[in-house]
Design a protein around this ligand. Structure first.
Ligand code: M6R
Length: 591
């Protein structure tokens, strides 16, 4: 959460930072700000609001100078106000800082700084940093040494970028637990929360690890640990293309990313057979395997749990990553921890990984972003290959996570190639599921535009899809939606069903069909409007979302498409921005 970017080079920093912040906006979008060094001193402009509004008002793109830092905020400490927007400055305005993360001991530091005469302009945790740096400079330290001394006083997580008017030929970057990537181009050097803001300028990157710093200059970067010892870095090359992170003519990233699902899914199948099979066998032979993930990634893991059990006879446990920590005390090295994450930067997952590693567990990950913290902390990783996903709501990454679980199940049975063949056929039907249901999904979304509640029910593997359908609906349309095992409804929630309540019944003709149908009829008997999702219509259904026929284990992949479409159109019909839902951010880098 929060996106940060810095640039120092021969080009004008203003437009580069602004363009970068637009690409980072999915990490937080309640406030935005930039600071550049303009010859005689630092100019700082910021405000609460969406980037385009603030950029227009403050003329961010016109900011002068060849060095600067920028920030797009997802509020943690302090409300959404101009004062709380980053960058934050020292009392004398000579030092400016942008930050992603949380400084846990900020209130003690702030009280002590205030006692020593520092004047605070915001309620943020971040603002202690420029004031602490100011004291270091007063002691005669240069900005690099100042950063080294200050980071040792900070508890919590941070990716920091620091610009100081006394040494305007450098930007100092420091990292602990929050992502920070350095980009090296022929016209200057970048640092950012991820590579998307500078993909159009360079594909050459270096990854900072925890407790490392970088000093960025026009000609490149030097890397150090927090004690000032030089660190050698490999330069890696990013394969993503800049245009993949644009809307490509669509109204929203969400619809573009749903449309990309068939090709994204085929890319998920481009796995190295040997490495992938070894990965699968490691899970198959683990005494105990625990899968940890959050949100949509966890729903894919629940589907994975069903698939591994049904196809390969392997039972695994799935845990919400933020709850896993409470079971970490009794972990033993014979537990294998498998993480699922699109971004590879989700703080709850990374926290689980650190705890598991401390107990001697091996960690495998299923991740999209190559070079992400998760991929680098893991003992082994397989990649989703779905390209950049910009919309906050996960769509194509979910399809690819589920696809990887299918392929793992096949690979465990020694049938990797058969899995690729079967899943390729399903990928072709994703487009059919889209075409069959695009207009229907819109009509259903519009029919229920006045409803404040929706229920999604299913059994077995379809229960996980009920969870995912409901999450998609609530996060982008703000309709209260609940995903439930269909059989559990009568144990309480059925009391909420009344005349006109929409109930999405996830009911393909698989091993759950008849029991699920009975549960759907029970809701209808209490006034529900029943929306059947499956390959077979039924007279009880008030609406029917039709899926193409596939072998029964593959229905979850096809169910995902119309459920995403219904949520998308529900958001649009209510005038919400599906790409940037309120209160949320794409990369959840705080616990
Ligand atoms: O990057 P990750 O896959 O680790 O993210 C996990 C969740 O934050 C994410 O899936 C979230 O639930 C999505 N907004 C759902 O659409």
């Amino acid at each position: 959460m929060c996106g940060i970017i810095g640039y120092i080079g021969v080009k004008s920093a203003g437009p580069i930072l602004l363009d970068g912040l637009r690409k980072l906006e999915y990490r937080g979008y309640d406030s935005v700000g930039m600071a550049t060094f303009e010859g005689s001193g630092i100019t700082l402009k910021k405000d609460a609001g969406r980037i385009d509004d603030v950029a227009k008002r403050e003329r961010l793109g016109d900011m002068q100078g060849n060095a600067g830092i920028g920030h797009t905020r997802w509020a943690t400490h302090g409300g959404v106000t101009k004062e709380n927007a980053h960058p934050h400055a020292s009392c004398d305005g000579q030092i400016v800082v942008v930050h992603n993360g949380i400084i846990e001991n900020y209130s003690e530091l702030r009280a002590a700084l205030a006692e020593r005469g520092h004047f605070f302009r915001s309620q943020t945790d971040t603002e202690v940093v420029p004031h602490l740096l100011e004291e270091e400079l007063r002691r005669g330290n240069g900005i690099e040494q100042a950063v080294r001394n200050v980071v040792k006083q900070l508890h919590g997580s941070f990716a920091l970028l620091v610009l100081c008017s006394r040494e305007p030929d450098k930007i100092v970057a420091a990292r602990r637990e929050s992502p920070l990537i350095i980009g090296l181009s022929d016209h200057g050097t970048f640092a950012a929360s991820d590579a998307t803001p500078f993909l159009g300028q360079t594909k050459h990157v270096a990854y900072l690890n925890d407790n490392e710093m970088a000093v960025l200059t026009r000609g490149g970067a030097a890397y150090f640990d927090f004690n000032g010892n030089p660190v050698r870095k490999e330069v890696a090359e990013i394969t993503w293309k800049a245009e993949q992170a644009t809307k490509g003519g669509h109204d929203y990233f969400m619809i573009k990313e749903i449309l990309e699902e068939p090709s994204a899914m085929r890319n998920a199948l481009l796995q190295d057979r040997k490495a992938f099979t070894e990965f699968a066998h490691e899970i198959a032979s683990a005494k105990k395997a625990m899968v940890i993930a959050c949100g949509t990634a966890r729903h894919s893991a629940i589907i994975g749990k069903h698939l591994l059990d049904r196809v390969a006879g392997k039972q695994v446990e799935v845990m919400i990553a933020s709850e896993f920590a409470y079971f970490a005390d009794n972990l033993t090295p014979d537990t294998l921890v498998v993480c699922v994450s699109q971004s590879g930067e989700t703080a709850d997952v990374l926290d689980g990984v650190r705890k598991a590693k401390a107990k001697g567990c091996r960690v495998l990950s299923i991740v999209n972003v190559v070079g992400s913290t998760l991929s680098r902390l893991s003992d082994r990783a397989v990649y989703l290959n779905c390209g950049p996903e910009v919309c906050v709501a996960a769509t194509k990454s979910f399809i690819n996570q589920v696809t990887v679980f299918y392929l793992l199940a096949y690979a465990m049975r020694g049938a990797f190639d058969e899995g690729v063949t079967e899943l390729t056929k399903v990928s072709e039907l994703l487009l059919k599921a889209f075409e069959l249901n695009d207009a229907r999904a819109k009509a259903i979304a519009e029919r229920f535009v006045k409803n404040g509640n929706a229920y999604y029910i299913g059994r077995g593997v379809n229960f996980a899809m009920a969870l995912e359908g409901a999450l998609k609906m609530k996060e982008i349309s703000y309709v209260h939606a609940e995903g439930m095992p269909a059989g559990e409804l009568k144990h309480g929630t059925l009391a909420l069903i009344e005349n006109g309540t929409p109930v999405f019944l996830l009911n393909p003709t698989d091993y759950t069909y008849y029991d699920t149908l009975s549960n759907g009829l029970e809701t209808k008997a209490r006034g529900a409007v029943l929306i059947g999702v499956g390959n077979k219509n039924n007279t009880a259904y008030d609406e029917f979302i039709e899926l193409p026929e596939v072998p029964e284990i593959f229905y979850p992949l096809l169910e995902a498409v119309p459920l995403q479409l219904v949520a998308y159109y529900a958001a649009v019909a209510r005038g919400r921005d599906p790409d940037r839902p309120r209160n949320l951010a794409k990369s959840v880098t705080v616990k």
